[in-house]
Design a protein around this ligand. Sequence first.
Ligand code: GLN
Length: 533
Amino acid sequence: MTKYIFVTGGVASSLGKGILAASLGKLLQARGFSVTNQKLDPYVNVDSGTLNPYEHGECYVTVDGHEADLDLGHYERFMNVEMHKVNNITTGRIYRNVIERERRGDFLGKTVQVIPHITDEIKRNVKALGMQGNYDFVITEIGGTVGDIESLPYIESVRQMKWELGRDCLCIHLTYVPFLSAAKELKTKPTQHSVKALQQEGVQPDIIILRTEHEISQEMKRKVALFCNVEADSVMQSVDASSIYRVPLNMQAERLDEIVLRKTGFDLAKVPSADMHDWNGFLEKLESATEEVKITLVGKYVQLQDAYKSIRESLTHAAAYNHRKLILNTVLSDTLTDSNVVESLKEQDGIIIAPGFGNRGVEGKLRAIRYARENNIPCLGICMGMQAMAIEFARNVLGYKDANSTEFNEMTTHNIVDMMEEQKTLLNKGGTMRIGAYPCQLKPQSLAFEVYRKPLIYERHRHRYEFNNKYRDEFEKAGMLCSGINHDSDLVEIIELKNHPFFVGVQFHPEYSSTVLNPHPLFMKFIQVAVGK
Ligand code: GLN
């Protein structure tokens, strides 16, 4: 019987529900259970594909081509398992499904309502995930904060599921305990209010987790327990951690996994304890590294931490495994000019050229690429980063001064990057983007082959434009090897420069598949070369 754990949030957003849900998943998995995570997003967009990274952070892409909430990235990185479209549901999708059924006449003349039709559809999506994978645990995180109008149908679904499933369904409520510096006091009142709001919607939390900047005393936990109808050992703290990868261990110290198992009816004597050996190995490397590796990320959304979340985390993994402390600088590509490029990028061990859509900041990226190419600085270009590498090469090595992507200049005479006929053979019906995992064949005797150590790889894509095959021979003759090819369409997936320590552009997004226990080989190699090993 699958157990369903819901994670709700109160008081404020951005408390780290995703990290908490991923941490619990990790701990249960480390005890031998099969676990999956799910994110329910209360916005009306059908998926995250159209959301501005400035507002919502990066759009994460699953192997099956779903444009997902970035929390799915945390789940994959923590648990080392792949997420799919079913792991992320939005209000837009729920309503679309219900409305499509209504149009088909499935409701036989009934009035279609939020309760029960929308809530039934929400529950169906949660339970379908549990049944589909035969999981022991489904951990479902509900976006937003309790009390929001838009999350009401989700909380109502939790209420119904708790009623239907009894102890096979739990609610963990994460709240915030502010520290008033003038009074030098932690305050639990907002927590009490948010639990009241949850109770008003019919849900009694089973476990309350208090996010805080300072240690919370046993006495304060007992007080919260008393006010909120929760057992004293089910009130836990989650103190700000030096790294998100510490959180599973912090929650283990609070006995989160143990309490969840007890409440869902497991005999603890019969369940093995969590084996966190490999995880601890990673953390030790992460926390003990003192020698630095300085990487600059050049992109157009660098002001927001979450906009390139997966790239940041992939670099963190790779730096730790290379025993280096990551110093990640960022440069807003729009601001790079011929006169400040050297100043902005000097003394860096490596440069990442970020993905992106649209014209803004492209010329700055080209300047950064030229600097990396001419000064032998390790450089990894991702998706648009790879396209920019190709454009820069065409302009400054092949001498095509107007070389461009038709995304930025439709009239260019040298359309190094363009929409390709071949791409159509790869697109899903109706789709305009190449999205999700595609195979890529690697050329022997290439750096790419040396990195992956196998001839066939699968990597995730999210783009419309492609390297123009018309220029392939010319590129190769001038020293830019097209080392990764999709054989179904003959599209170029990887370019790499000979006679450069590491100058690699990838049309796909390696950052989506780096996990704590499986750092991505491309980032590993990039850091390795960057530190001169
Ligand atoms: N804008 C480019 C394209 O659509 C690259 C997209 C990206 O970097 N994800 O092809």
